[in-house]
Design a protein around this ligand. Structure first.
Ligand code: COA
Length: 335
């Protein structure tokens, strides 16, 4: 897809936050019938973070991630033009991004939520890129944050062992076209498979004397694990190759592969199919589990803090999950 590029985009800084409560696999085995060995063998996850506390929400962890990113680059929140909050676990169905805007004091920013589950952050980066490249905005805060612990069925061992809570943020800024660091992207959706992984709304009928009102509530996460696994290991490498081909970049040129942190076996299978060495795979899955929209910016922030990513490194970032939706964005690190 071609767009009119009037200015380049660079990622100026990153930040992340996780809740304090750690639940390890041994503690999980007190909640459902499972074991540390089973979870590590099948997923690579050792522990996850869970948000606790009365009325604590996705906004609270998104706030810390955003503030850390702002502090890292020394930016006044009033300089932000747009906030995109990628989340599938808002504390208000009308959106949580506006609460984040108020909480960090970014009063001049437009703010909206973006719901695309585990692909949300990649789609957020692509969306922000369009607003900057076409000259609409200069500074954009993109946050990926989820608290799926609130929507997990804690009696379902097929799903509850996988997820954790967290948030990650990046600040994107306009720059000259020559310094543009967003090289390209490739996004896909297959809505026919939406029911393989979902958090469904269930309706009941509320009858009054003259009318029937169809109302309901959201249920817990349901997942066909095997199908989601097959989808990820086939569609994600194909999508990455298509994106790299369109940019004339070979997988040998890739310095870092940053995949949505769903399952260690998925990460390794994707890297294998792309012939990318495992030491180029960024992974923090063992500490946090699958944090949905937060997983990519959380791992990116960690890699930046650990000074793994160097100037001009090429990073392939791919998100995948419910929708089913998957997408890749290729970045050349410029900071
Ligand atoms: N602890 C112990 N045993 C478990 C278990 C758990 N937490 N969950 C399932 N099992 C059991 C099953 O009941 C089954 O037992 P059975 O053989 O007696 O029937 C056995 O382990 C194998 O289950 P299965 O579902 O075939 O395991 P799997 O190898 O497919 O692994 C997942 C399950 C969920 C780890 C794997 O399918 C997966 O990672 N899928 C992708 C999920 C994902 O990443 N989703 C998010 C995408 S964004």
């Amino acid at each position: 897809m071609k767009s009119l590029i009037t200015q380049g985009v660079r990622i100026l800084g990153t930040g992340s936050a996780v809740p304090d409560l750690v639940i390890n696999n041994h503690q999980m085995s007190e909640i459902v019938e499972t074991s540390d060995k089973w979870i590590i063998n099948r997923t690579g996850i050792k522990e996850r973070r869970v948000l606790t506390g009365v009325n604590k929400s996705v906004v609270d962890i998104a706030y810390f991630a955003a503030i850390r990113a702002l502090q890292q680059v020394g930016m006044n929140p009033l300089e932000i033009d747009l906030i995109i909050l990628a989340t599938s676990s808002p504390n208000d169905l009308f959106g949580s991004a506006s609460q984040l805007q108020a909480k960090i004091g970014a009063y001049k920013a437009v703010a909206f939520d973006l719901t695309a589950a585990c692909s949300g952050f990649v789609i957020g980066l692509v969306t922000a890129t369009q607003f900057i490249q076409n000259g609409s905005y200069q500074n954009i805060l993109v946050v990926g944050a989820d608290v799926l612990s609130k929507w997990t069925d804690w009696s379902d061992r097929n799903t509850c062992i996988l997820f954790g809570d967290g948030a990650g943020a990046v600040i994107m800024q306009a720059c000259s076209v020559e310094k543009n660091s967003i090289l390209g992207f490739q996004l896909n959706t297959d809505g026919q498979k939406y029911d393989q992984l979902s958090l469904r709304y269930r309706e009941h009928i509320n009858s009054s004397q003259n009318f029937q009102f169809f109302q309901g509530a959201f249920q817990y996460i349901t997942m066909n694990g095997k199908e989601v696994y097959k989808f990820a290991v086939s569609k994600v490498p194909a999508n990455i190759l298509q994106c790299l081909d369109s940019l004339n970049i070979s997988s040998g040129d890739v310095d870092w592969l940053l995949l949505h942190q769903a399952n260690e076996r998925i990460l390794n299978a994707v890297a294998d199919r792309l012939s990318i060495e495992s030491n180029k795979l960024l992974s923090n899955l063992s500490k946090y589990g699958n944090t949905s929209a937060a997983s990519i910016p959380l791992a990116l922030d960690e890699a930046i803090q650990e000074k793994k990513i160097l100037k001009d490194d090429i990073i392939v970032i791919s998100g995948f999950g419910a929708g089913l939706t998957w997408g890749t964005i290729v970045i050349q690190w410029k900071c």
